[in-house]
Design a protein around this ligand. Structure first.
Ligand code: PRX
Length: 659
């Protein structure tokens, strides 16, 4: 059995469990009646003429010059809204100033320690245009790259929009990433400027962002200037490098308001966002302006059903694609009020999210299954402490949601009245591609249901042939969509090879999927060596490289092990070099080493020292056997192993270590 076939069979077992929940949930009549879209015909209409469908949304945005052609498709290269000129910041801000939204809250922010801020659209305009002028003054020009490495504060969104205003591409690096991960991304995109903060709050501690930035920048020759937000520390205690580092507030004091937006071509780069692939090197996913903005605008409007009076909360950090598309660009392009919360869901207590829902009367709430599973474990008493009656729609993203978590979300958070949209998409897709429409779709717990109108998806077998309903295979997307990635920054060949070579002419998602007899899509997780830990993508190779970088490690193999809350947890099998001893101290040291190399999200849960790894005769590590061992399953086919005794020994050892 091939590795992917073995994965598919494990996934089949998982899906069998999923399908045990038979209840279905049509949209409540009251929801359907008021929904932004409630006519099931939209699917047919969009399928008949997807270009006209997307162009309809694009024309709701503001363009300096209209496009001449909607789509140019030379697989795998797509161009959308050709010849159209626009600016993303104008669409997220200026456009609303000419309406009653001028003094409406754009961002309601709460810091972890409880500090509060509200920025109206007019406030946002002022801050963004001032910061755009700041960037220009320190030498940022159209076409440059700016790295943003910040906590979840309004200034992170302000910096993104300011980049968009002057035509510089931003590359946001999640504040939980290490100095080394930051350095790698800064160098890969050749950033001229880094925008950071002294620190940010996380569970009562201060994450030392400036310190990590200083460490990263020791080897970043392209970076000329650093802007530092004074967020969490006594400014006089923060070492600043003369000539390179500037305080955000000092620069802003002198900066003029108003900044003419750059006239950007629809296909000009808007941002680069790094994500993990199946090699050790993160991929810089490149998104352009017109298509991306149209895609996030349309999907936010229809999937989250935004209305003027909504208070919308997407809990993702702006360091991830969900934060880009559904905490910043999508909702602001819709003129929505966005809630942003800096900190952890369990700080100071496990009811923090529900306290925020009650306090701000949140109406639309979008989070990840891993968070929902943690809430389940903590118990219903926490949501029950608060009035959650303002909620009217719930969303889920980042990994398959198990039906138990779906039902819990439905009952205890949604009060059994809120539709749930389980949204499937990727950093690469830019916006949601498979999802219910809350006023139309009858949902099934655990299924992301159907492709968004205008999206043509398919489940195919190894040969690329469509799998009949009821079967499983690989999820592919057959037609271009506006927000699709245009390339991998600096590596155009990898773009073609990674996404368009497995099945020529169609986009390969890297996800397994099954369609049931009713045609519903059930996502089954990755079919490559990418892990999904708490909704975050982590490459096994990246963790392996971090491990072998430690002087004691000769070889390492990393796998994802099923985990109740995280979805997957990282387990590493490690061979030490001669002269090093496997013990608890070494284990802790290696875990710490990985956290330092990549970031705390990549810290392995388990490390097992071994003398050998199961390999094929051609020397390839058989990860699926390692997964079987780690999950205590019967071992799959071992006939291709060079030395079958290795796995038996490993299994024994794993069982002993688990106690
Ligand atoms: O495996 C799928 C999973 O997350 C991957 C994309 O990760 P990333 O680029 O970090 O973007 C996450 C947020 C969009 C996918 O290949 N995934 C995402 N959403 C779902 C999901 N798996 C199942 N159901 C989902 N709703």
């Amino acid at each position: 059995m091939s590795d992917s076939a073995a994965k598919a069979s494990t996934a089949q077992a998982a899906i069998a469990a999923l399908l045990r929940e038979h209840r279905t949930f049509p949209p409540p009549d009251s929801f359907r009646a008021q929904a932004n879209v409630n006519d099931p015909q939209v699917y047919e209409r969009a399928a008949k003429d997807p270009e006209a469908f997307w162009a309809g949304f694009a024309s709701e945005l503001e363009w300096f010059e209209p496009w001449q052609k909607v789509l140019e498709w030379n697989p795998p290269y797509a161009k959308w809204f050709i010849g159209g000129k626009l600016n993303a910041s104008v669409n997220c801000i200026d456009r609303h100033l000419r309406t009653a939204r001028r003094n409406k809250a754009a961002i309601i922010w709460e810091g972890e320690p409880g500090d509060e801020r509200v920025l109206t659209y007019w406030d946002l305009y002022r801050e963004v245009t001032k910061f755009a002028n700041v960037l220009k003054q320190i030498g940022v020009q159209r076409g440059d790259r700016v790295v943003i490495y910040m906590p979840l504060v309004p200034e992170a969104a302000i910096a993104m929009l300011a980049c968009a205003r002057i035509g510089a591409a931003h590359s946001v690096v999640f504040g939980g990433f290490s100095a080394e991960a930051l350095r790698e991304r800064v160098n890969d995109c050749g950033a001229k400027v880094v925008v950071t903060a002294d620190g940010g709050y996380r569970r009562g501690n201060i994450v030392q962002l400036k310190r990590a930035t200083d460490e990263a920048l020791e080897h970043c020759p392209t970076v000329q200037q650093v802007i530092v937000l004074n967020r969490a520390m006594d400014a006089s205690q923060v070492p600043m490098v003369e000539g390179r580092d500037h305080w955000w507030h000092t620069l802003m004091e002198k900066a003029p308001m108003h900044c003419e937006p750059e006239v950007m071509d629809s296909e000009d780069l808007l941002f680069i966002l790094y994500t993990s692939g199946s090699t050790g090197k993160p991929k810089g996913i490149a998104h352009t302006t017109g298509g991306y903005l149209t895609g996030v605008y349309a999907t936010t409007k229809w999937i989250f059903d935004l209305k003027e009076e909504d208070v919308y909360w997407c809990t993702a950090d702006v360091g991830w694609i969900t934060g880009h598309s559904y905490a910043v660009y999508g909702p602001l392009a819709n003129g929505a009020t966005v809630l942003m919360y800096e900190g952890a869901p369990d700080y100071p207590d496990r009811d923090r999210f529900w306290a925020l829902v009650e306090k701000y009367r949140v109406t639309v709430f979008y989070t990840a299954p891993t968070a929902i599973r943690a809430f389940m474990k903590w118990g219903t008493q926490y949501p029950q402490m608060h009035d959650l009656s303002s909620l009217r729609l719930l969303g889920s993203v980042g990994e398959p949601i198990n039906p138990e978590a779906w039902m819990w979300y439905h009952v205890y958070i949604g009060g059994e009245r809120c539709p749930i949209v389980d949204t499937w998409w990727q950093t690469e897709t830019g916006h949601i591609l498979i999802t219910p429409l809350p006023g139309i779709t009858t949902t099934k717990p655990g299924s992301a249901t159907f492709p968004f109108p205008g999206i043509e998806a398919e489940v195919v077998n190894e040969q690329g042939e469509p799998v009949p309903l009821g079967g499983g295979g690989y999820l592919v997307i057959k037609k271009p969509w506006p927000g699709m990635l245009r390339t991998i920054w600096g590596d155009p060949e990898r773009f073609v090879q990674q996404y368009w070579s497995r099945f020529p002419g169609v986009y390969f998602t890297g996800d397994g999927c099954k369609r049931d007899e009713d045609g519903y899509y059930w996502l089954l997780g990755r079919v490559d060596d990418v892990l999904n830990v708490s909704g975050h993508r982590i490459s096994t190779m990246e963790v392996e490289s971090a491990l072998v970088d430690h002087p004691a490690v000769a070889e390492a193999a990393v796998i994802g092990k099923t985990h109740d809350i995280k979805g997957q947890a990282i387990a590493a099998f490690v061979i030490l070099k001669e002269g090093y001893h496997p013990n608890k101290q070494m284990e802790d040291e290696l875990k710490q080493h990985v956290a330092q190399k990549i970031g705390p999200i990549a810290r392995p849960d388990d490390i097992l020292f071994t003398a050998e790894l199961p390999k094929t005769r051609s020397g390839k590590i058989m990860r699926r056997l390692l997964r079987d061992i780690a999950e205590g399953r019967a071992l799959g086919d071992t006939t291709t192993l060079a030395d079958p005794s290795v796995v038996a020994a490993l299994r024994q050892q794993y069982e002993d270590s688990e106690g």
